[in-house]
Design a protein around this ligand. Structure first.
Ligand code: NDP
Ligand code: 2IT
Length: 449
């Protein structure tokens, strides 16, 4: 269920559908932003004259390339990789690389489009971009991952650079992959250009708190939403989907702020324990052993593993979807609302379907969209770039304080912008409009480029 666009925006959306056939996720992400921009065009007609929205919906550059590599048996494998350089009005293209079999152009474009507004919200000088490949890392050995990353970089290196385009991690890409990618870039270019990629390890140019930043940021944003209602996380029951980088550190911060996290998942099923999950076990299984979340119950007898079905059936006060796009449907949203959930913050990018968002908003749920709630990761990537540029390395306390301040500012800017445009408490409108205005003003100033 999608709400109506006003006439001008409807024409722009039709053009996007026509120019980008078959890219359902990209259409969804564009629609979700256009839905909220009606009042902005009324107030700033110059953005209509300058065709800012049409330009924002068209990536500046799209690169698609072949990645051939040899697996452990010596067999040649061929993958397809993408880098979509979406918008550089505010700074070099910035955004992660995703390795997942579902990756195709429509997913990378939706992510790059979202990234443009998210990065604007951080207040830091970064444009929007995204990349990835249909490579499936599951079941691949370390040396296969290394071969694949090296082959991918053999093409990608010519398109990136600290002033041009700065990749990082996303689904299937963590510090192991960033290491292989950075090592190959260094070898090909004969430059130790730390600022060309973020999410690096602490011994080779990475930033403290980057690993934790997205998950921590989601919970810091949630904390701000609750604070605006004179409430807190203490004593709240939380369900987190996924058990990757974002989920793990969302669980850590939620526990630190006094909440009980009762469930998390992977793509095969979820684990549930009303007494609360043990994060050390989850970290060991996921970060060290790289096993499935089902193995959690081997060491925790009070927990149960449920294969297949939806994690959102578990009653909670706060839901944090931290796995992937469209993982929380209208049906899930209905169940969450019926079970008394009051707050939802998106750790993943676009995890809630349009039906789900609409149901949450109608039910008066405090709903934080990904481009605001999960911006802590890319913000800390920009802090990593700052440290690299000044050949400095900040303390954990200082970096976390910067992250905290950024999340507080993003919350304030979404909240205030929503109020200013007559949508009090609507963080979706607030995030879209605040992000759009920053990008639109810069594009307008930079001319028709
Ligand atoms: P990881 O690869 O570390 O973890 C992904 C988790 O989501 C895994 O538990 C995975 O399960 C699950 N998952 C992935 N795809 C699917 C699917 N199709 N269906 C069900 N479950 C799935 O990735 P991240 O934690 O880094 O990313 C999670 C989300 O957060 C993504 O939407 C990403 O774009 C977003 N994000 C990430 C940031 C970062 O800094 N890393 C920053 C901002 C947003 P399984 O192992 O079974 O595949
Ligand atoms: O979706 C995202 O914001 C990320 N995957 C992080 C991007 C980054 O450049 O750190």
């Amino acid at each position: 269920m999608k709400s109506q666009l006003d006439e001008k925006l409807q024409a722009i959306y039709q053009e996007v559908l026509y120019r980008n056939p078959g890219e359902a996720e990209f259409h969804q992400a564009v629609h979700e932003v256009l839905e909220t921009l009606g009042p902005v065009l009324g107030k700033y007609p110059e953005f209509v004259d300058k065709k800012i929205i049409q330009r924002i919906c068209e990536p500046e550059r799209q690169i698609i390339f072949r990645v051939p590599w040899r697996d452990d048996r010596g067999e040649i494998q061929i993958n397809r990789a993408f880098r979509v350089e979406f918008n550089s009005a505010l700074g070099p293209y910035k955004g992660g690389m995703r390795f997942h079999p579902s990756v195709y152009l429509g997913i990378i474009k939706f992510l790059g489009f979202e990234q443009t507004f998210k990065n604007a919200l951080t207040g830091l000088p970064i444009g929007g971009g995204k990349g990835g490949s249909d490579f499936d890392p599951k079941g691949r050995s370390d040396s296969e991952i290394e071969s694949f990353c090296q082959s991918l970089m053999l093409e990608l290196y010519r398109h990136i650079g600290e002033y041009t385009d700065v990749p990082a991690g996303d689904i299937g890409v963590g510090s192991r992959e960033i290491g292989y990618l950075f090592g190959q870039y260094k070898r090909i270019t004969n430059r130790y250009e730390s600022g060309v990629i973020t999410g690096k390890g602490l011994d080779w140019g990475g930033s403290r708190a980057r690993k934790e930043a997205t998950g921590y940021g989601v919970v810091l944003f949630t904390h701000e939403m609750l604070k605006s209602k004179s409430d807190s996380l203490a004593g709240k029951k939380v369900v987190v989907s996924g058990s990757g980088n974002v989920a793990i550190y969302a669980i850590e911060k939620a526990q630190e702020l006094g909440a009980t996290v009762v469930a998390c998942s992977d793509s095969a099923g979820f684990i549930h324990d009303e007494r609360g999950l043990n994060l050390e076990t989850i970290k060991r299984i996921k970060e060290v052993e790289r096993r499935r979340i089902s193995s959690y119950v081997e060491s925790h007898k009070s927990a149960r593993y449920v294969p297949g079905s939806s994690i959102w059936a578990i009653p909670c006060d706060i839901a944090l979807p931290c796995a992937t796009q469209n993982e929380l449907t209208g049906r899930d949203a209905k169940v969450l609302v019926e079970n008394g959930c009051r707050v939802v913050a998106e750790g993943a990018n676009m995890p809630t379907t349009p039906e789900g968002v609409q149901l949450f908003q109608l039910a008066g749920i405090c709903f934080a969209p990904g481009k605001a709630a999960n911006a802590g990761g890319v913000a800390t990537s920009a802090l990593e770039m700052q440290q690299n540029a000044s050949r400095d390395s900040w303390s954990s306390e200082y970096t976390q304080k910067r992250l905290e301040d950024i999340m507080v500012d993003i919350h304030a800017s979404c909240y205030e912008t929503a109020g200013e445009f007559g949508a009090e408490g609507d963080y979706v409108a607030g995030a879209n409009i605040a992000g759009f205005l920053k990008v639109a003003r810069a594009m307008s100033a930079l001319g028709v480029i």
